[in-house]
Design a binder for this molecule. Structure first.
Ligand SMILES: NC(=O)c1ccc[n+]([C@@H]2O[C@H](COP(=O)([O-])OP(=O)(O)OC[C@H]3O[C@@H](n4cnc5c(N)ncnc54)[C@H](OP(=O)(O)O)[C@@H]3O)[C@@H](O)[C@H]2O)c1
Length: 309
């Protein structure tokens, strides 16, 4: 059986043949995979520095979609999106032709759903929704700055904030990324020092976040979602106290029940065109190049590896 293997921490996943065919245990289903997502969490796990990880060699990828082959819970042929049960984090993931998946991690998708979209929507769509609505409380007239607005979470945060009636500005690293921000959005690039904003939705992090916090008005809210541009930040605490911006952090592990409750509605919205998520489709065999593009910020949307049918 074909699939991907992370053979050692720090190395990209390698296309591999001869993987052991899975056996279905009670309470699990056999799924023929159609698409798997390569995400930042998969990279963190493969670095070996994430607090939870399988021991190499292991099959990566915690999100995916496929069709039921054998199950006690779902009819054969059902398209399911897959997420949870520690897949790709505590145990082998989904990047293989056939996988045995605990039924708790299987979620049926409506007929006609694009498997690549079903494979990749969950994390960015639910994270953006919770950041914009639960943590930031964005409403009509809110002045919102979204960083990484060309990215998966960022572009959905832009759309959801605009839908809530906010005045949204998207920040991108360089001018050519502006074309990936949802159309009709005000876009800045480089260091944003304008404002003031009521809300900052921060998906890139890194040292530049200190400057962006200054662009939020006192009494405003900054929600840290991600840190693609760096994990460290130095803050001057006296000036932060005086400036009085409420710094919040999104933890999607703790908020998983809320995220799962939102998921079907968000997938329907994405399938129906009410929201859009750019998908950067690659064949499974191109996993190493896709991995490098994701790490370097060159991906043009959510990176999805499609398996041959
Ligand atoms: N807290 C949580 O529970 C949670 C949940 C979901 C996601 N996340 C995190 O949120 C972040 C964004 O996720 P995403 O799916 O939206 O990612 P993404 O689409 O790959 O990237 C978002 C943006 O980050 C910038 N970027 C990417 N790689 C970079 C690099 N190597 N150096 C500098 N900038 C880089 C890019 O900005 P430009 O386009 O402007 O270059 C990109 O558009 C990730 O860190 C992810 O792990 C966290």
């Amino acid at each position: 059986m074909r699939g991907l293997l992370v053979r050692r921490f720090g190395a990209p996943p390698e296309p591999s043949e001869g993987l052991t065919e899975p056996e279905r245990a009670p309470g699990s289903s056999l799924v023929r995979m159609a698409a798997v997502t390569l995400g930042h969490l998969d990279r963190s796990v493969a670095s070996g520095t994430f607090p939870r990880h399988p021991e190499p060699p292991y099959v990566p990828c915690g999100d995916g979609a496929g069709h039921i082959v054998e199950s006690d819970a779902f009819p054969e042929g059902t398209l399911v999106w897959i997420r949870g049960a520690g897949l790709g984090v505590d145990r082998d993931g989904l990047a293989a032709e056939l996988v045995a998946v605990p039924d708790e991690a299987l979620h049926p998708a409506p007929d006609g759903t694009d498997p690549a979209l079903a494979a990749c929507f969950f994390s960015p769509a639910t994270s953006a929704h919770l950041a914009v609505h639960e943590l930031a409380g964005v409403g009509a007239g809110s002045r919102v700055l979204v960083t990484g607005a060309a990215g998966a979470v960022g572009s959905l945060a832009v759309q959801l904030a605009r839908r809530a009636g906010a005045e949204v500005t998207g920040l991108v690293s360089r001018p050519e990324r502006a074309a990936l921000v949802p159309e009709g959005t005000r876009v800045l690039h480089g260091d944003a020092d304008d404002g003031p904003y009521d809300v900052l939705i921060e998906t890139v992090g890194g040292p530049g976040l200190a400057t962006r916090l200054d662009a939020v008005a006192p009494g405003g809210v900054a929600v840290v979602v991600g840190y693609t541009a760096g994990t460290k930040l130095e803050l001057d605490l006296p000036s932060r106290c005086v400036h009085d911006v409420d710094l919040r952090f999104l933890n999607m592990i703790r908020r998983a029940p809320q995220a799962f409750a939102l998921a079907d509605g968000l997938l329907a919205d994405l399938s129906g065109g009410g929201l859009s998520l750019r998908v950067d489709r690659r064949p499974l065999a191109d996993a190493a190049a896709a991995w490098a593009d994701l790490a370097a910020g060159r991906a043009r949307g959510r990176v999805v590896l499609e398996l041959p049918r």
